[in-house]
Design a protein around this ligand. Structure first.
Ligand SMILES: Cc1cc2nc3c(=O)[nH]c(=O)nc-3n(C[C@H](O)[C@H](O)[C@H](O)COP(=O)(O)OP(=O)(O)OC[C@H]3O[C@@H](n4cnc5c(N)ncnc54)[C@H](O)[C@@H]3O)c2cc1C
Length: 384
């Protein structure tokens, strides 16, 4: 099959009942005052208690084997659950990375001991991970990382730093990509490894980088002679690049790449309906058609990933088109309402609009910038 072909996949019948359960659960949570709905909830909405309650419902680690605390549901059932959580704007940031990519990475490359130690705790919503890729001089050009793990008796000594690390301040562990061998200028992707760093270890310093709102989502993380035991190396020494790239298809193809501002889209639609603002509603209809295409592509990739079909190029396509889509929703809301955006406002439209405006510049940067994704897509099209 052509690498750019993604099959049209329908969600199974069981998904309808599951969707109803998730909606009922979220309605109860909201009515009990335990959660609120926010834009960009998968990166900005943190509630350790909520993550725990989702774990109790069996909605984290849904597709993993039962022996590792998973629930052996299909990836399409998982898709249904995360789609509902995102559309609502539920505070899922705590467990998001662990559920989306750290857990699947450990399932694929981890040792038996790592799987038994980490996966059940992730599935219970009690163990959070963050992504340690970017460094001050290595973002798009990730092969330029300089964080270095040097072999010592029984493990490794880690030195260096990571930057823009979302959620490091509430995470228990980071999966860090580091150099375990000197840079080979002929093969820059060689000599890297992935390690699980316990963020409570001696020598780890986490420093906040505040957003322009004053909120704290991401961080700089410094490693100063941090000891990493041998059993925290993931997969094979020197294979870190290949393993990290495999993670990116999970990271780029999910519905979070086009639903970050969905709560605003919903609120805006109600507002325009009430005002009978036909021009705005016409634009919403066009956006809805695009949303439907993105969703079909994303569901098709979820199915492909389940079958271990390489999907990095189509995933880049979802991320590129999806993040622009979610940015446009914020622009449209500014154009068709005279509401003054304020994160403190008790008016829901005003608050969601402010959150979207403040968060949306990062949508096309995080997880790979638009320019980089288009390079990947162009090379894929050329080779296909
Ligand atoms: C909200 C947010 C959360 C993030 N969370 C994390 C996280 O949890 N963990 C983590 O590791 N990182 C995280 N990042 C970092 C993110 O992955 C990087 O910002 C991104 O990869 C870009 O790297 P950079 O910032 O160093 O920009 P640069 O790589 O310096 O790029 C600057 C500009 O140059 C362009 N450019 C660079 N190279 C090329 C090229 N070859 N061709 C064309 N254009 C090019 C880029 O597209 C961009 O517009 C986060 C970023 C944001 C905004």
């Amino acid at each position: 099959m052509n690498i750019l072909e993604v099959p049209a996949v329908s969600l199974p019948m069981e998904a309808d009942e599951l969707r109803r359960q998730v909606r009922d659960f979220l309605t109860n949570e909201l009515q009990a005052g335990r959660i609120e709905s926010n834009c960009d909830c998968w990166l900005s909405g943190f509630s350790a208690d909520f993550s725990k309650r989702l774990g109790d419902m069996g909605w984290i680690g849904m597709t993993w084997p039962a022996e590792y605390g998973g629930h052996e549901r299909s990836s399409l059932e998982r898709y249904t659950v995360i789609e509902e959580l995102l559309a609502f704007g539920a505070p899922v940031a705590g467990h998001w990375i662990a559920d989306r990519q750290s857990g699947p990475l450990l399932l694929k490359y981890g040792t038996e001991e790592q799987k038994r130690h980490f996966l059940p705790r992730i599935a219970k919503g009690e163990c959070f991970f963050c992504i340690g890729l970017s460094e001050p001089n290595a973002g798009s050009d990730l092969a330029a990382i300089q964080t270095r793990a040097t072999k010592t008796k029984g493990g490794w000594i880690l030195n260096g730093s990571k930057i823009w690390t979302s959620g490091a301040h509430f995470s228990h562990y980071m999966i860090a990509l580091c150099r375990t061998d000197d840079l080979d200028t002929q093969n820059r992707h060689a000599g890297m490894s992935q390690m699980i760093v316990d963020l409570s270890s001696d020598g780890v310093t986490i420093r906040p980088i505040l957003l322009m709102t004053g909120e704290h989502h991401f961080n700089e993380v410094f490693f100063d002679d941090v000891f990493i035991p041998d059993n925290r190396l993931i997969g094979l020494e020197g294979e870190g690049w290949v393993q990290s790239m495999a993670e990116l298809a999970y990271e780029r193809s999910g519905p979070e790449r086009f639903l970050s501002t969905y709560p605003l889209l919903n609120e805006l639609t109600n507002f325009l309906l009430e005002k009978e603002e036909h021009e705005g509603l016409l634009v919403i209809s066009r956006l809805t058609a695009r949303l439907w295409s993105l969703r079909n592509l994303s569901i098709g990739i979820a199915d492909q990933l389940d079958k271990d079909v390489p999907s990095d190029i189509s995933a880049a396509l979802v991320k590129d088109m999806g993040t622009q889509f979610e940015q446009e929703i914020a622009d449209l809301a500014r154009e068709y309402t005279s509401v003054i955006p304020s994160v403190q406002s008790s008016d829901r439209l005003s608050r969601l609009l402010a959150e979207s405006i403040l968060q949306s510049p990062g949508f096309t940067l995080r997880g790979g910038t638009t320019e980089i994704l288009r390079g990947i897509i162009a090379k894929g099209v050329f080779k296909a």
